[in-house]
Ligand binder design. Structure first.
Ligand SMILES: Cc1cc2nc3c(=O)[nH]c(=O)nc-3n(C[C@H](O)[C@H](O)[C@H](O)COP(=O)(O)OP(=O)(O)OC[C@H]3O[C@@H](n4cnc5c(N)ncnc54)[C@H](O)[C@@H]3O)c2cc1C
Length: 281
């Protein structure tokens, strides 16, 4: 199928982009999710606004945060020496997004705004307590990742707001990380994915972050599992107990790709794997 007819505009600045959004335009960033939706006529905007010329491809450290402009490409994040040094979980998670051609085009802003419950980047943002800067006609505001994802492809972004950048708090130096996911084929969107970041000092866990994608309508933070780890030696038994605690945090539903019970079970199995990676990396 081909897309229904639409007008194409190219925004030259954030103000101009916000003005077009107020008039009902839809943002085109990397196009990796939007173009298929247009071609299948699942969306029929009167105007598609290309934001690729906006100055939003920055990636830098600011105080305790890593800052990703909305137009940073997945591949840029995956291969950045700064990201690999400061938030290696983020670089590792990006390497699971589609394949290189998709990662060369797809943007962090697009992935976050698209809010696929099985996507890796939103899960990392939830795990690490990231926040999103969005700009609308009434100015800028910050939205914590924990309040941003409202349901499958539903976010706290208003229709006239542009996601401008993401701030990711840098985990403690020396933290280990793990990404474990189940996909039906290599490079497919995950059925279930788990991301974890753990710091261990003098044999005990001092920092633990776990988030699960694909096991609820939004990415979920597994806070009970984190508390099972904190202050304890990350032995196989402790890791297994933490992973078991993830099951209650999930809220999966049956769909064509997997039954709910399977997703829940995989969340437990993959948490175990991600935690093992995190405490040995
Ligand atoms: C073959 C294939 C495999 C894939 N596999 C994975 C995978 O394993 N994991 C994964 O997470 N994703 C996967 N994706 C999706 C990919 O990551 C997309 O890049 C991402 O979901 C959307 O980013 P984009 O820049 O392409 O956004 P677009 O497709 O341009 O836009 C997506 C949506 O976000 C909105 N949007 C974009 N930018 C902004 C902004 N700055 N502010 C407000 N709204 C905005 C658009 O209006 C649109 O509704 C895959 C895609 C393909 C084609």
């Amino acid at each position: 199928m081909k897309a229904a007819p639409f007008a194409y505009v190219r925004a030259a600045g954030v103000g101009e982009a916000v003005a077009a959004l107020s008039e009902g335009a839809l943002v085109l960033a990397g196009g990796q999710s939007l173009v298929p939706l247009l071609n299948m006529r699942l969306v029929r905007p009167h105007t598609v606004m290309d934001v690729n010329r906006l100055d939003l491809a920055h990636l830098h450290r600011s105080g305790a945060d890593l800052v990703l402009g909305a137009l940073t490409r997945h591949r840029q994040v995956e291969t950045s020496p700064l990201v690999r040094r400061d938030v290696p979980l983020l670089a590792a998670a990006m390497s699971h997004v589609g394949y290189v051609a998709v990662r060369n085009r797809g943007t962090t802003g697009g992935s976050i705004a698209h809010a696929d419950p099985a996507a890796e980047l939103p899960a990392v943002c939830v795990a690490l307590d990231a926040s999103f800067t969005v700009q609308g006609a009434r100015g800028r505001r910050e939205i914590p990742a924990g309040e941003f994802f409202l349901g499958p492809h539903r976010t706290a972004l208003a229709a006239d707001e542009l996601l401008v950048e993401t701030r990711v708090p840098v985990p403690p130096v020396g933290s280990g990380h793990g990404v474990a996911e189940l996909s039906r084929r290599a490079n497919d969107l995950a059925v279930v994915a788990v991301v974890a970041c753990v710091a261990v000092s003098e044999g005990t866990v001092t920092y633990a972050r776990i988030a699960v994608a694909g096991a609820a309508p939004t990415p979920i933070r597994a806070t009970v599992a984190e508390s099972v780890l904190l202050g304890r030696t990350p032995s196989a038994d402790v890791i297994a107990s933490a992973a078991d605690a993830v099951a209650d945090a999930t809220d999966p539903s049956d769909d064509l790709r997997a039954p709910a019970a399977y997703r829940r079970e995989m969340a437990v199995v993959l948490t175990r794997r991600a935690l093992r990676q995190a405490v040995t990396s």
